[in-house]
Design a protein around this ligand. Structure first.
Ligand code: FES
Ligand code: FES
Length: 180
């Protein structure tokens, strides 16, 4: 049993530390949020527990798999490695922030079109690493795409459809096309 199991044997279960909570304000998917947070709580746990944003996934819980990737102040970040309290003053985008008015983003549509997902567990993290890349570089080459998703593990699709989807998104976004 790992040291993160609770007494019921569930791994990754968040257990309140009992330490005094600290104030934290940030912007999540465009909305200003003010909360009192347990200083030991990770940003990933905060997104799940306090914000009910379950799109961001927990794979390893220790910065290895990239499933928990979000955009924080413009950079792709593993939310399992950041404390919620450290998000003070930051601007966060999670996978839920990619779609607008119920319509999937170009990036999400291209993932679907290229069959760039199977179980989907890695997909939110992949999408956020890709989004962070494309927001900085709208014309990445193959190596730049590979490097951007190097910290994201996918065990079921193989990476080629994912890379193709990201390159196709870059092209569509450069052409200003939101549609198929
Ligand atoms: Fe954060 Fe794996 S859950 S890197
Ligand atoms: Fe299953 Fe990537 S789609 S791990």
């Amino acid at each position: 049993m790992c040291d993160r199991h609770n007494k019921e044997g569930d791994c990754f279960e968040y257990v309140e530390s009992g330490m005094p909570r600290v104030p934290m304000s940030c912007k999540i998917n465009g909305e200003i949020v003010h909360k009192m947070v347990d200083p030991t709580m990770t940003l990933l746990q905060f997104l799940h527990k306090d914000m009910s944003l379950f799109g961001t996934k927990e794979g390893c819980g220790e910065g290895e798999c990239g499933a928990c990737t979000i955009k924080m102040n413009g950079r792709a970040v593993n939310s399992c490695l950041v404390l919620a309290a450290e998000a003070q003053g930051s601007e966060i985008i999670t996978v839920e922030g990619l779609s607008k008015n119920g319509e999937l983003s170009v990036l999400q549509k291209e993932f679907i079109k290229h069959d760039a997902l199977q179980c989907g567990f890695c997909t939110p993290g992949m999408l956020m690493s890709a989004r962070a890349l494309l927001d900085k570089n709208n014309d990445p080459d193959l190596e730049e795409v590979k490097e951007a998703i190097a910290g994201n593990f996918c065990r079921c699709t193989g990476y080629f459809p994912i890379i193709d989807a990201i390159l196709a998104t870059a092209k569509k976004e450069r052409e200003g096309s939101d549609h198929e």
